[in-house]
Design a binder for this molecule. Structure first.
Ligand code: SAM
Length: 362
């Protein structure tokens, strides 16, 4: 079987990745996921690390054509959590021993916002006596802002490239607020220079995206020496230009889940020591999506811990799961799910990306 020959090689090339992106039978997919799980066990272990996700504001200056909280969506019920509300969520994450949290929001670069984030990061560090690891996911910022937030105590940053195909990127992002591909790539460089563990990722199953694009995405992660990957299926949001235009033209749910799992498996097999998240969007399309993600090589989960009254307002796409749940309910539900995979939750650990340390040794 050709797939077994390829998977027995120590290092895959582009042609191998393209072949593996194309496999479709359940038998071959099981072999692929099995191999990815083996590579995960060998390189990052069977521990699953949590990052409690606090989505603290849906106010955004950008107008991404796929995203429910884009600037031009007039139906967004805008909110911004107060410092106290964020600290209450952070305290819950700390007391429940999640080890790390992610602060995510729509993008803003104004002075007030930059200072607000800096203060919040410092106060979370203080509240947890330095014990909570902090990841930020707040879009494109100046190098100085990235440095300030790093100095305040954040040590990981997620900035998805969304797609490594520059032409496709252009169709997704109006350039009116300097939202261009080069700035995005440059920002990844600034993050690395500022000392962060750097995460990126893409949406999978975008209209116009090919499997060759997806292979290029994996090669992009390699080229930019990325430490953490968070990628998931594209899901329509009705109140966006892309949602309206491509209603019937996106791949079926099953196809997007399958592609999402193949991307996780191939990224694990190809890059080996990076952290890979099984994202909420996977679960948005398949109730067992996150468990399947762990089985296909992911090792990170980002349980939503956003306060109940704000959850439904952070609606990036239709049918976002868990919006009626409390953080306590999510905790119980996830622990059961991880157990079914045979992985173990690493409570209280930061779970940094081994790739970050390996690349700094070289
Ligand atoms: N503003 C920050 C940024 O752009 O990095 C963080 C927030 S942004 C909402 C987080 C991620 O949500 C984006 O990187 C994008 O990949 C994802 N997202 C937005 N709309 C989506 C959709 N319709 N389907 C799947 N993922 C989506």
């Amino acid at each position: 079987m050709k797939i077994k020959d390829i998977l027995n090689k120590d290092n895959l090339n582009r042609e191998d990745l393209e072949y593996l992106m194309g496999i479709d039978s359940n038998e071959e997919l099981d072999i692929l996921y099995g191999k990815a799980y083996e590579v995960k066990e060998k390189n990052v272990g069977k521990k699953v690390y949590y990052r409690g996700l606090i989505e603290f504001s849906n106010i955004c200056v950008k107008d991404c054509s796929y995203c429910g909280i884009r600037k031009s969506n007039k139906n967004t019920d805008h909110f911004m959590m107060t410092k106290e509300e964020i600290l209450t969520s952070a305290k819950w994450i700390y007391e429940n021993n999640y080890g790390s949290l992610v602060l995510q929001a729509g993008e803003r670069q104004d002075k007030e916002f930059v200072e607000f984030v800096e203060d919040v990061v410092k106060e979370i560090k203080e509240m947890s006596q330095g014990k909570l690891g902090i990841t930020l996911s707040l879009g494109e910022q100046t190098k100085e802002t990235y440095e300030r937030w790093h100095e305040a105590g954040a040590h990981r940053y997620l900035l998805r490239i969304e797609t490594s195909n520059e032409d496709l990127y252009k169709t997704l992002h109006p350039e009116d607020v300097s939202h261009d591909f080069t700035t995005r790539v440059k920002s990844l460089g600034y993050l690395k220079e500022a000392g962060y563990q750097v995460g990126t990722g893409v949406m999978i199953g975008l209209p116009g995206q090919t499997t060759k694009d997806l292979v290029d995405d994996i090669l992009f992660y390699e080229k930019y020496n990325i430490d953490m990957i968070g990628m998931g299926p594209y899901i329509i949001h009705d109140e966006t230009p892309m949602g309206a235009e491509f209603k019937d033209m996106v791949l079926s749910k099953e196809e997007r889940v399958k592609l999402g799992l193949k991307m996780i498996a191939l990224t694990r097999i190809y890059l080996k020591d990076v952290n890979i998240a099984a994202t909420t969007a996977l679960q948005g399309l398949d109730p067992l999506g996150r468990e399947k993600g762990l089985k296909a090589g992911a090792n990170i989960l980002m349980p939503v811990t956003t306060a109940a009254e704000h959850r439904a307002k952070y609606q990036l796409y239709n049918g976002k799961p868990c919006i009626d749940d409390t953080a306590d309910q999510c905790k119980k539900c996830l622990a059961g799910r991880v157990g079914t995979v045979g992985d173990e939750i690493a409570y209280g650990e930061w779970g940094d990306s081994p790739h970050y340390f390996n690349r700094n040794k070289k």
